[in-house]
Ligand binder design. Structure first.
Ligand code: NIG
Ligand code: FE
Length: 396
């Protein structure tokens, strides 16, 4: 959608011209220059549907083995996410299953999750490592993420999240694990061109502000941008740290402070809201959406698809939750899964907009108004996906 002044940037009875996988013209069909239509090789009739940028799910952990359905039952009986993590479950249990899986097994186990996301109009997805926590498995996860992007018509952006949890074999040797992350994992991921960015989990059950800063310093030394799981379960100074490093994003942010929001705005860091985790963990503390808006922090929305805190395989459900649980408008939710998500992956101008010069990554929806993308619960009105100018049936 273009910047037309109308809500959602709506262009009515619009036409999008595509040449070699890129958008060359957008506007009302009646205004299209004749020379553009003269040499057209293929026309796709939208049939009264709505065309949006292909959605961008900018925060997922969709490569992993096993599930954590047992922990879902434990939480329903009253245990908390943190108690389960401290008792050796949580991320550590997915690490055990993921380490035991071969590259092919991991790929096969994860493919349906990417298929589900893609079927809901997503053309760009970010996938993190973080369930390996050793050199081999972290790199294997990133290779699997790359392979999945070759199997399906989705652009995959890969993030090294080796600082997701302290692996049990490093208990009481925190610095040694961080040495491994900084001196071995990051350089290897860079050498193999496996990572586009580095992420860390800044929290009482994960890594301190100082420890995450070490990881960020190593990322910067290797020219990789950073992002942070920040202030999810407690006010931990995560937003301030993300801002100090000019992180591309600070994610979760339920406990971010006013000062943290101000710092994010000054740094140009995007707030990525993850209502699936808030919902699944039965949290009651919402991210400070009003403060984010007041300070002008760009807001993105993502599924956070992961086996522990957000088994959400529908980006539209995440948008619905962002509206119902966090008070975003449907327009903000759609922007959060398109235009606002692109810079989180360093892809601004490339995806997330329907503008000349951008990649022809589009989704066509059987709805009467774009607000319906956030309104329906459990439906999938995506009719057609276009990725780099190629047309795909999202149901196949
Ligand atoms: O984004 N917060 C940390 N990481 C994930 C959860 C990972 C897990 O529980 O497996 C998240 O919510
Ligand atoms: Fe996450």
């Amino acid at each position: 959608m273009a910047d037309t002044g109308e809500a959602y940037g709506v262009v009515r009875d619009g036409l999008v011209a595509v040449v070699d996988g890129r958008i060359t013209w957008v506007g009302p069909a009646r205004a299209v220059p004749r020379e553009l239509t003269a040499g057209t090789s293929r026309t796709l009739d939208g049939g009264g549907g709505w065309l949006t940028p292909g959605l961008i799910d900018c925060h997922t952990h969709l490569v992993f083995a096993g599930t954590r359905a047992d922990e879902f039952e434990m939480r329903l009986r009253g245990m908390t996410y943190e108690e389960i993590a401290r008792a050796g479950g949580g991320i550590q249990s997915t690490v055990t299953a993921t380490r035991a899986a071969t590259e092919e097994q991991l790929c096969d186990a994860s493919e349906w999750r990417l298929e589900s996301i893609a079927a809901h109009g997503v053309t760009t997805v970010e996938i993190k490592s973080g369930y390996g926590l050793d050199v081999d498995t972290e790199l294997r996860m990133l290779r699997v993420a790359r392979a999945l992007g070759e199997r399906l018509p989705v652009r995959v952006s890969r993030t090294l999240l080796a600082a997701h949890a302290l692996p049990s074999e490093y208990r009481d040797r925190r610095d040694a694990y961080l040495d491994l992350v900084c001196a071995t994992m990051i350089p290897h991921a860079v050498a193999e061109r496996l990572a586009h960015a580095v992420d860390a989990f800044c929290e009482g059950i994960a890594f301190t502000v100082a420890e995450c800063a070490r990881v960020f310093d190593a990322a910067a030394a290797h020219g990789l941008p950073v992002r942070l799981h920040a202030d999810q379960l407690s006010p931990f100074g995560g937003a301030e740290l993300a801002a100090r490093y000019r992180a591309r994003s600070a994610d979760h942010l339920e406990y971010a402070t006013e000062a943290g929001c101000r710092a994010l705005a000054a740094a140009g860091t995007t707030a990525v809201l993850l209502p699936g985790a808030y919902y699944t963990l039965g949290e009651s503390r919402r991210p400070p959406v009003d403060a984010l808006r007041r300070h002008g922090v760009p807001i993105a929305v993502a599924t956070d698809l992961n086996p522990g805190s957000s088994p959400v395989t529908s980006p539209l459900l995440a948008m619905n939750m962002a509206c119902v649980l966090f008070g975003l408008t449907p327009e903000e939710a759609l922007a959060g899964m398109t235009r606002q998500a692109a810079p989180v992956l360093g892809l601004q101008g490339e995806v997330g907009v329907v503008s000349p010069g951008a990649c022809a990554d589009l989704a066509l929806w059987d709805v009467d108004h774009p607000s319906e993308l956030s309104y329906w619960i459990g439906a999938n009105p995506c009719r057609v996906v276009v990725r780099g100018g190629e047309v795909h049936d999202p149901r196949k």
